[in-house]
Design a protein around this ligand. Structure first.
Ligand SMILES: [Mn+2]
Length: 399
């Protein structure tokens, strides 16, 4: 049994306003070739197929064209797809009656019978007579049986599924879309970090030791979890943010034969690079010198996305214009300009109490923000005067 595990395609994602269809198309073409050349029997897509619950027509066409090509070129191929937190479970499942004819199975909705009992069997997808997949989508509070917390709820869900599957099947693999404890994040990705330490984190104990392989999605960095080789995140095939620019993109190949399992990553090189200039933030004038060194040419859909990091020491009202002028005639596309102030590094803030918050004067707050933003420079008198007038007006209106 030859399996490819992938996840987090985020079809339809735009990157700081740029359309990524071309990049996704390249990935899907590459994957299609891989399915044939490696003689793949089963393709697992572990959630976040689309970037949003209401994908565009272009994104949907990409997906259906891929499915059509994959199953036409590989008539024995089976595909199992689960919904992620970005997908609409119902919408994703809608074409199931048609797709099941092509051995494509989508699982997203947690159905209940008239007694409000969860239809666990919906998530047990047969692969052959003694082999099945626990195709679990992203589960929200309320999708699983009442529990003390998310971790416990998911653990019970998987164990219920496993016990049911075991009665009929001797070989079981699983899928999931979640944060697990012991997983690594993309460097500096604060959005991931906040959630990882939170209540949503699931212990790998949720996956029974006898599950041959667990295909996860949600975290965009390809990795095994808690040192267990057979529980893995496939990672996203395209970097989704600049925090992910150092990740290696890949899909995971799993070969299962009798009692042995062989796992390897097959690297995919995304067609568009993400570059940050300069390596560490510099004042505008030096940034502009660096930008001028970028390769010359006309920017197109293959040109790198550019993140520019400027060290701000004083107000720079023409910064954006200067930057845009200096990359004219270079084969890059500006994605974001990050303005960094010197104090940012050592600014350890102590959380305030509600009473302390109430005592803050709006004008003092504005002055403080201005100082932080522009390196201890005082707010111009004219600006402070205007602001004060607005504050007085608002306060008077309230009274
Ligand atoms: Mn996700």
């Amino acid at each position: 049994m030859n399996i490819i595990h992938t996840a987090d395609w985020h079809l339809g994602q735009t990157f700081f306003g740029y359309d990524r269809t071309h990049e996704h198309q390249k990935f899907l073409n590459w994957l299609c070739e891989l399915l044939s050349s490696k003689k793949i029997d089963l393709l697992l897509i572990a959630g976040d197929l689309f970037d949003g619950p209401n994908p565009s027509a272009v994104a949907q066409r990409l997906f259906y064209k891929f499915i059509h090509k994959a199953v036409t070129e590989n008539p024995t191929l089976q595909i199992i797809i689960t919904a992620g937190n970005h997908d609409s479970a119902t919408r994703l499942e809608a074409p199931n009656p048609l797709l099941e004819n092509f051995n494509v199975h989508i699982r997203g909705v947690v159905k209940r019978n008239d007694n409000a009992e969860i239809d666990y069997d919906h998530f047990i997808v047969p692969i052959d007579k003694d082999f099945c997949c626990l195709a679990v989508p992203y589960l929200r509070n309320g999708d699983y049986a009442p529990a003390n917390n998310h971790d416990e709820g998911l653990r019970n869900f998987y164990s219920e599924l496993y016990n049911r599957a075991k009665e009929k099947y001797s070989k079981i693999i699983a899928m999931g879309h979640m944060h697990t404890s012991g997983a690594e994040l993309s460097s500096d990705d604060r959005s991931e970090r906040i959630i990882i330490g939170g209540l949503d984190c699931v212990d790998v104990k949720a996956f029974n030791n006898d599950i041959i392989y667990t295909a996860l999605g949600h975290l965009h960095k390809a990795q095994r979890v808690s040192g267990r080789e057979n529980i893995r995140y496939a990672g996203a095939p395209l970097p989704m943010s600049f925090a992910e620019r150092n990740n290696k993109q890949s899909v995971t190949q799993i070969a299962i034969e009798d009692d042995s399992i062989e796992i390897k990553q097959i690297e995919f090189t995304p067609p568009v690079r993400l570059i940050s200039v300069p390596k560490s933030p510099l004042p505008v004038s030096q940034v502009i010198d660096e930008l001028k060194k970028l390769p010359k040419g006309k920017a197109d859909e293959s040109s790198p996305y550019l993140e520019i990091r400027v060290l701000i020491t004083e107000p720079e009202p023409t910064m954006r214009q200067l930057i845009e002028e200096s990359i004219e005639g270079h084969a890059v596309r500006i994605a974001r300009i990050e303005a960094v102030t010197e104090q940012k590094e050592d600014c350890h803030q102590v959380p305030m109490t509600y009473d302390e918050l109430k005592k803050i004067e709006p004008l003092e707050l504005a002055k403080d923000i201005y100082r932080r933003k522009y390196g201890q420079e005082e707010i111009p008198e004219k600006m402070s005067e205007l602001l004060n007038n607005v504050i007085i007006e608002v306060l008077e209106e309230r009274e």
